[in-house]
Design a protein around this ligand. Structure first.
Ligand code: HEM
Length: 175
């Protein structure tokens, strides 16, 4: 997983809780002395260990943790990848272009990073469909990101989530 996700995860725990809680989580995950460099890719097992340790220590469900983490990282991701955003886009236009802009740039800049495969279609002016297939199965992170994108553009989005054969389908409606 891309180093930016690790760096933002530490920041997320520090801001929502404190440094002591972060140390506890790192210790529980067996990663007390590990430094995750931002521009490199790191083993997926390490983010999984940090997430599991967080659920245990903070006594939260993984789905809820992922969603609030996704909501937290979206503004940072948007800032980092600002130059790839068309200023005329609103929420659904941005979502429609995530795969061929943001995730493509992540793939070419950090070859070991492997953002999920998103099949995106613009069903109508007011609806985008995202089909997510990834062995990591952490779509709740994406749900949090989408909610934050809506808030960023001050638009109300409704998200319908259904499990399909190899993954998850999200239908996002502009309300
Ligand atoms: C704001 C634009 C976005 C940027 C800059 C961005 C960037 C990234 C980056 C850097 C990663 C880590 C990839 C890796 O290390 O392999 C990632 C992972 C991920 N992204 Fe995006 N992303 C964006 C929007 C979205 C959206 C809208 C979704 C909604 C489905 C999404 C879903 C995910 C998920 C679920 C992961 C976790 C990895 C996985 O499940 O395989 N992202 N993204």
């Amino acid at each position: 997983m891309h180093g930016i996700i690790f760096v933002l995860f530490s920041k997320f725990v520090r801001e929502k809780h404190d440094m002591k809680t972060l140390f506890k989580i790192q210790e529980e995950a067996g990663l007390k002395f590990k430094i995750h460099e931002v521009n490199k890719s790191h083993p997926d097992e390490e983010i999984v260990a940090l997430l599991q340790a967080s659920c245990k220590i903070l006594k939260v469900e993984l789905t809820d943790l992922l969603e609030s983490f996704g909501y937290y990282i979206a503004p940072e991701l948007l800032k980092t990848y600002k130059s790839y955003l068309n200023p005329e886009w609103k929420s659904l236009d941005l979502l429609e272009h995530i795969e061929e802009t943001m995730h493509r740039v992540v793939r070419s800049n950090t070859p070991d990073a492997d953002p999920p495969k998103l099949e995106i279609s613009r069903i109508s002016k007011d609806q985008v469909r995202i089909i997510y297939t990834s062995p990591r199965k952490i779509i709740s992170l994406g749900v949090g990101i989408i909610k934050a994108i809506g808030d960023n553009y001050q638009e109300k989005l409704k998200i319908e989530q259904i499990d399909i054969e190899d993954g998850t389908q999200l239908d996002i409606f502009l309300m």
